[in-house]
Design a protein around this ligand. Structure first.
Ligand code: BTN
Length: 229
């Protein structure tokens, strides 16, 4: 499925690189460092040496395309599980391990394709104080082979995309719900207007289901945090 693989020492953002260059669909661009790594909602993605930062392009129009962030998070979680970790998915595009962020996924829809960007904290020894993140190295005390990790992960991602395009989101819903961070807990969803509710699960279209004072409501966008007692 994936075609060209381009490995760069440093780039502003693998996401922007893929947007600017006309590489064939399913190209993968990796960088050891990004000087302007981007996250969702215009946030910065801290991209110092040690992490795995890559983007790939894919065609638009696959079945249940809007659920890609969740489905890809689940594929990352599947791969982490095969390595012995216990990952959780924070709706809608993050993978957490030991209660901290390990991976973030950004999907951007262009005119003619989708660009998916994935950042994984692999071998970082530490993070800036204001970032509540963890790396696989910090958990296991091992240094991971970045290329091997990437190739295996691409296999998981490719298979998940194939399954989504053939069977749709219903084939993933149960697995994702089982891994959902904060399930059955009271959360605040910033839409950006804050909505308080108990996280029930996800709907058949991947939206978040919250039990609010007005009953169960479904949300397509937003950012959740646990409501402090
Ligand atoms: C998020 O958690 O908000 C998503 C983070 C996505 C980061 C990746 S790193 C590779 C690719 N290049 C970028 O500039 N961003 C994505």
């Amino acid at each position: 499925m994936f075609s060209t693989l381009l490995w760069l020492e440093e780039v502003s953002s693998t996401q922007d690189f893929l947007k600017e260059k006309s590489l064939p669909l399913w190209s993968v661009v990796v960088a050891n460092r990004q000087t302007r790594g981007r996250g969702r909602l215009g946030r910065q993605w801290h991209s110092q040496e040690g992490g795995l930062y890559f983007s790939f392009s894919m065609p638009q129009g696959i079945k249940d395309e809007n659920t890609l962030p969740l489905v890809l998070s689940n594929a990352v979680a599947d791969y982490l599980k095969s390595l012995g970790f216990i990952p959780a998915i924070k709706w809608v595009n993050d993978v957490y391990v030991q209660g901290k962020k390990l991976c973030g996924i950004l999907t951007e829809r262009l005119k003619d394709k989708i660009i998916v960007g994935i950042g994984i904290n692999l071998n970082q020894e530490s993070f800036p104080k204001d970032i509540d993140a963890i790396s696989l190295r910090k958990i296991k005390g091992e240094i991971y082979d970045k290329a091997g990790f990437l190739l295996n992960l691409l296999d998981y991602l490719g298979k998940a995309i194939e399954k989504l395009s053939q069977k749709g989101f219903c084939a993933f819903k149960e697995d994702i719900e089982q891994r959902l961070l904060f399930k059955d807990s009271e959360v605040i969803l910033y839409t950006p207007k804050p909505v308080v509710g108990i996280l029930q699960g996800i709907d058949t279209d991947g939206s978040l289901l919250l039990l609010t004072q007005e009953g169960i409501k479904s949300f397509q966008v937003g950012e959740i945090t646990l409501r402090a007692l």
